[in-house]
Every structure is written in C-alpha cells, then in structure tokens.
Design a protein around this ligand. Structure first.
Ligand code: HEM
Length: 171
C-alpha cells in the first residue's frame, strides 16, 4: 500500500516541490487511502452527543424534547453492504474498477447536517498534505510485524489510537 502512495507521489508531485491541494484530484489512490483511514479508524464512533430541540418522530419512535442522542457514526462507516469486509483496511472501498476515486454517501466521519464538524475542510486538507509530505520524504516502517500491532482504541467514546513507535527512513 505505501509503495503505491509513493509511486503516485513521485509521478504527480515529484521530489522537488511540496505537495499542494491541486494534486489530490490526480492522486486517486492516495485520496482513497486517506478516506479509508478515516473510515477504518472511526475517530468519533458515537459522534458527539446532541439533544433533540422538540418532540421528534423517528421511524416508529417518539423522542421527547431534550433527550440526549448519540449519532452512531460507526454503524454507517462499518456498513457491510456499502463496504464489503468493513473490519479490513482496504483503500479499494473508495476506488472503482478502473482505479478512479469513488466517493460514498456512507463516508461521514465528520457527521452530516447543520451541526456537522466545522473543521472538516481544514482537517481534510491537513490529512492529505501531511501524509503526502511525510511519504514524499520518508519511508515508514513498523518495529514489529504489522499484524501484531495492537490497534485497540484508548477509550470507548473516541477511537483515538495509542502511541506507536516506528522507524522513519529518508528516501
Ligand atoms: C479528523 C479530524 C476531525 C474529525 C474526525 C472531526 C469530527 C467531528 C464530529 C463527528 C463532530 C460532531 C458533528 C455533529 O454532531 O454533527 C465534530 C464537531 C465539531 N468539530 Fe470536528 N472533527 C475533526 C477536526 C476538527 C478540526 C480541525 C476543527 C477545528 C479547526 C474541528 C472543530 C469542530 C467543531 C467546532 C465542532 C462542533 C460543531 C457544532 O457544534 O456545530 N473539528 N467534529
């Protein structure tokens, strides 16, 4: 997977300039890796708790005004009809058969609607620029076999990962 991102970086950006946002549209594989990382990590699995502002009919339920609700984003990010084998990290979840980037209505790590994350644009730019800048200049290697890395999140309400050690090799 890293090799494919390296290949796309070298072909589209090269080594002599920094990545910029205009590069993303020509880098479907890297874009898919960023999307799949956000889907897989599911950083805010329960979203952020909200309260309904009035009595609300939802399917066969009435949710009384003031009730706290948790929009369970993970149930969408791990929907097995949309993302086959959702428990596996697979950038192919966001690529079509020709290798073009394929978006999904189920991609909602920032939630949706009026109160969705105001930092989404900034966060998505940072994720792309940081990843491409690091991988343009370095190869990352784990200290142990990747399958032995413990990816259990630190808490239940946020899937923020633990700290990991890795080897950073200049390219
Ligand atoms: C990968 C990074 C991030 C993720 C996954 C994320 C995710 C979320 C989610 C799920 C919500 C709840 C939305 C809802 O309840 O509908 C939220 C709200 C919010 N986020 Fe983010 N966020 C990220 C980065 C940021 C950044 C960089 C900023 C600021 C620069 C930011 C500022 C906010 C604010 C202010 C809210 C509250 C919005 C409101 O109450 O109307 N977030 N975020």
């Amino acid at each position: 997977m890293t090799e494919k991102v390296h290949e796309e970086i070298d072909r589209v950006i090269g080594r002599s300039r920094s990545p910029c946002m205009a590069d993303r549209s020509q880098m479907p594989y890297t874009d898919a890796v960023v999307h799949e990382t956000q889907r897989f990590v599911s950083l805010a699995p329960l979203g952020i708790p909200r309260a309904v502002t009035r009595d609300t009919h939802f399917r066969k339920y009435i949710i009384p005004k003031g009730t706290t609700i948790f929009p369970v984003l993970q149930s969408v990010l791990y929907d097995s009809k949309e993302f086959p084998k959702p428990e596996q990290f697979n950038p192919g979840h966001f690529l079509d058969e020709n290798g073009a980037f394929k978006n999904s209505d189920f991609f909602m790590p920032f939630s949706i609607g009026k109160r969705s994350c105001v930092g989404e644009g900034l966060a998505r730019m940072q994720l792309f620029l940081l990843l491409t800048t690091i991988l343009q200049n370095f190869t990352l290697k784990p200290l142990i076999d990747p399958k032995d890395i413990d990816i259990t999140p630190m808490t239940l309400t946020s899937n923020a990962p633990m700290s990991y050690q890795l080897i950073v090799i200049p390219r």
